[in-house]
Design a protein around this ligand. Structure first.
Ligand code: SAM
Length: 346
């Protein structure tokens, strides 16, 4: 079956088998990607119209106990500048965000034991008390079930935990021995069972990735049926073991965004910061490939350059207000409207 027919099949049935996925991914070409993007945008338009949901990203700690080979925050990176925001700083990010029209706050950080469950729960409770209409999303890595349960009881609505890769050998290539794919996947299951709106996802072009491993990612997502999927290009960081590796491809990232939209029509799909870093018009290209979420940074300007997952990470130096204004304009220029809405999955 040729790749265009596979696209049609995916669009009609929202599913393919492993060999079909692999063939469709390997066949990526500008013509095929253009067709996939057109189909993906039509599907998204039917469900979400031209609405773009924004999430206020608060990168609240750059300390991490993990040592992932790709990430600039890894504990072995002695050159990383480490910081923690205080509760007061985090709440003032929310205040700025609320005024700018954000109705979702994403608390993201390294796995930092200083932020105990008690501290995280107190923060979530306080944000929900002040902004009951807002959704709170956590993205703080792998935890015990009891921790996830406590966060949920404190009022957290959503959790982002990219699976990174669904292939065991590939997972080993990206992570040290103490981390395992099986534990990561078990965490995702637990999060779903606890009633979190759950996000999985992966980097595009991480070392060792192939169309066959990507096919496994698609099959995994198909099975998990997550509410959100985060996909961005791998970008090297100079103080990691992957410093000399090539960055992932923006074109392949966009193509995969379209395929995810066709597989999971209702999914909340961000045009990621990494895509915006790799391509100057990355966020627009992401939207035009089927994305419907953007996650501008609400962290205080002076810490943004310290949360360096990869080199040249996009941070305009603009205050949040300025960057949201730019975002509204750039989205309007391609026919999309940034809305004031929690942006739950429909
Ligand atoms: N510590 C939490 C976790 O592991 O889920 C959340 C923070 S972690 C820095 C967020 C995501 O950043 C990871 O899931 C990974 O996919 C992405 N990331 C890390 N290093 C990256 C790199 N060099 N290029 C692109 N994305 C990267």
């Amino acid at each position: 079956m040729n790749a265009f027919s596979l696209l049609e099949q995916l669009s009609a049935e929202h599913t393919l088998d492993a060999s079909q996925w692999e063939a469709l991914i390997a066949a990526n070409s500008p013509e095929l990607a253009a067709r996939a993007a057109e189909m993906a945008c039509a599907v998204r338009h039917e469900i979400y119209g031209n609405r773009v949901f924004i999430r206020g990203l608060i990168e609240f700690t750059s300390y991490c106990r993990n040592d992932c080979y790709y990430c600039g925050l890894r504990r072995s990176n002695r050159n990383a500048q480490r910081y923690r925001l205080t509760e007061e700083q985090i709440l003032s990010c929310c205040e700025v965000g609320w005024e700018l029209g954000f109705r979702t706050f994403v608390l993201q950080g390294g796995e930092d034991p200083w932020f105990t469950d008690e501290k995280i729960c107190a923060l979530v409770r306080e944000i929900k008390r002040r902004y009951p209409e807002c959704a709170v999303t956590l993205s703080i890595g792998e935890k015990e079930e009891s921790s996830y349960r406590a966060y949920r009881e404190a009022g957290a609505d959503r959790y982002l935990l990219r699976h990174e890769t669904a292939d065991d050998c590939h997972y080993r290539r990206l992570h040290p021995e103490e981390l395992s794919l099986s534990h990561r996947l078990a965490c995702l299951q637990t999060l779903k069972q606890l009633g979190f709106q759950t996000g999985a996802g992966f980097m595009v072009g991480s070392p060792g990735q192939t169309p066959a491993t990507l096919a496994k990612d698609m099959l995994f997502l198909q099975k998990l049926q997550p509410d959100m999927v985060g996909i961005g290009p791998f970008l090297p960081h100079h103080d990691t073991p992957f410093a000399k590796e090539a960055p992932g491809s923006g074109a392949l990232t966009c193509y995969l965004l379209s395929l995810v939209r066709l597989m999971l029509p209702r999914v909340l799909l961000p045009a990621t910061t990494a895509l915006g870093t790799l391509l100057t018009d990355g966020r627009e290209r992401g939207m035009l490939s089927g994305a419907n979420v953007v996650m501008p940074n609400l962290s205080p300007s002076d810490v943004r350059e310290k949360y360096l997952l990869y080199d040249n990470k996009l941070h305009s130096g603009d205050e949040a207000a300025e960057s949201v204004r730019h975002l509204r304009e750039s989205m309007a220029a391609i026919g999309y409207e940034v809305v004031v809405d929690r942006g739950d999955r429909l």
